[in-house]
Design a protein around this ligand. Structure first.
Ligand code: MV4
Length: 456
């Protein structure tokens, strides 16, 4: 078993990883930038090491400084959390080269899923369904135009190195494709250092449903059911739940088996997530595999009773899974809301100092937050300050608990999206499970129209 873990992250996820370590008797090393010197994740760790100034390039992305912190403190393993270096194959390799256990998959597995084109190719070979599209990078716009004729419009232009919707665009015809091709190649090149594009048929309306998997290093893997992540805005997830209100037992079993095939095909070890698009006819298509612990992992923990960080550590330490697929529980329903420090009107980050913080409590309520009263929310980092997770015996009870918890949620000193979360939780379309990817935009449109009618 791992004895001392360096947590190469900050905020709520650093605290959440440390919580499991304390329960398991694993000692923790926090790292921090100058902006985080007094942060909760630093105070709560057994040891803490400064790794640089506030900008991420000099601190949380500073591989040399993080490895030096591990060396200084005698840590034997590194957990990358999510974001930052979590899907950086070179970091995973550098940890291994320094004699440290990287809590995550192999550098090769991270690399294989980092290229969308490569991932698609490997999924096709493994028999995992992908959206009809191009099997290699597009050399020029003429090649894109002929591929689009074959696929049929509308198509999605996507960047092979893409993420967060960057370099991605829906295109209705050849004229738009000419423009989108140049613009997205340029954008992808500047963001990712790789302007390679590919095309897929556009699936619409679609849901985003993902499968959590766990693989040990002894050839055993299980899927831990699905998470529905369709409620998002501008490629930022806002509400996630498990199970999906859209999935039935047949769909979840077929998707679970496809996810196991996807992970097996690349020799995946540790926790991972296979993302799918699901259309109205319940056909599903591989989108990408996330080779890290995800923000929304708590909803899976709440319905299965498993601690995913514990299993990440056990697997990284060489242990085998002690249970099989038939032992994986699926109890009740869990919903997570991401609480962002943001201006609700402009949807922009709202940094500042939190003067008051009161978190809801009660049966089935979990708070994973990175801040406390007195904390400053820095403009240098992600604006997500924490997550509210609720569990109930069924979806109705979970929603009732969510509404009550959001009503009791108090953050003062900064602006947050809590009012938007309350609006979502109150919506009829949400309680009816009609949560396609345009849900928030439609909700806000309805509100604007209602306001106009009342004024007029
Ligand atoms: C798609 C799609 C429709 N058709 N691909 C968004 C994030 C990125 N990982 C892939 N995304 C999409 N890919 C095809 N072929 C629609 C989206 C998409 C989306 C997917 C799930 C949830 C919300 C979304 C919002 C916009 C676009």
């Amino acid at each position: 078993m791992i004895r001392k873990l360096l947590i190469a992250n900050r905020g709520e996820i650093a605290r959440r990883i440390a919580r499991t370590c304390r329960r398991l008797g694993v000692r923790t090393v926090a790292v921090y930038s100058d902006a985080d010197a007094g942060a909760p994740h630093v105070r709560e760790a057994d040891e803490a090491v400064r790794i640089g100034p506030a900008p991420v390039a000099q601190s949380y992305l500073n591989i040399e400084a993080i490895l030096e912190a591990a060396r200084q403190t005698g840590a034997d393993a590194v957990h990358p959390g999510y974001g930052f270096l979590s899907e950086h194959a070179g970091f995973a390799r550098a940890c291994q080269d320094a004699g440290l256990i990287f809590v995550g998959p192999s550098p090769d597995a991270i690399h294989a899923m980092g290229s969308k084109i490569e991932a698609r190719r490997r999924m096709v070979s493994a028999g995992v369904p992908v959206v009809p599209g191009t099997e290699a990078g597009l050399r020029d716009v003429e090649e894109a135009l002929s591929a689009a004729e074959r696929i049929g419009y509308p198509v999605m232009v996507k960047a092979s190195a893409g993420g967060g919707g960057i370099g991605m665009q829906v295109v209705d015809g050849p004229e738009a494709l000419r423009q989108a091709f140049a613009a997205n190649a340029k954008r992808a090149a500047s963001y990712f250092g790789d302007g390679t594009l590919f095309l897929e048929k556009r699936v619409f309306p679609a849901r985003h449903i993902e499968i959590q998997v766990l693989f040990d290093g002894h050839g055993h893997g299980v899927y831990l059911w699905e998470r529905e992540c369709s409620i998002q805005r501008r490629h930022q997830k806002v509400v996630e739940e498990a199970p999906s209100p859209f999935a039935d037992d047949d769909l979840r079993r077929r998707m679970g088996e496809a996810a196991l095939a996807a992970a097996s095909a690349i020799g995946y070890v540790n926790a991972g997530t296979v993302e799918f698009l699901v259309d109205e006819a319940r056909r599903f298509y591989f989108l990408e595999m996330n080779t890290r612990l995800q923000v929304e992992h708590p909803v899976t923990e709440m319905i299965t009773g498993l601690d995913l960080v514990e299993w990440q550590l056990r697997i990284a330490g060489g242990e085998a899974l002690s249970f099989g697929q038939a032992d994986v529980r699926r109890d009740g329903h869990a919903i997570e809301c991401r609480v962002y420090a943001e201006d609700p009107v402009r949807m922009l980050p709202s940094p500042g100092t939190i003067t008051r913080l009161e978190l809801p409590s009660g049966d089935g309520v979990r708070n994973d937050v990175g801040v406390a009263a007195g904390s400053t929310v820095s403009p240098y980092y992600d604006a997500m300050i924490g997550k509210l997770i609720v569990h109930g015996a069924d979806r109705g009870e979970a929603i009732a608990r969510l509404r009550a918890a959001l009503d009791a949620y108090v953050v003062e000193g900064i602006r947050t999206n809590v009012p938007l979360l309350r609006r979502i939780a109150a919506a009829q379309a949400f309680s009816e499970g009609r949560t396609t990817t345009d849900f928030i935009d439609r909700l806000l449109q309805e509100d604007t129209q209602r306001e106009k009618r009342q004024e007029g």
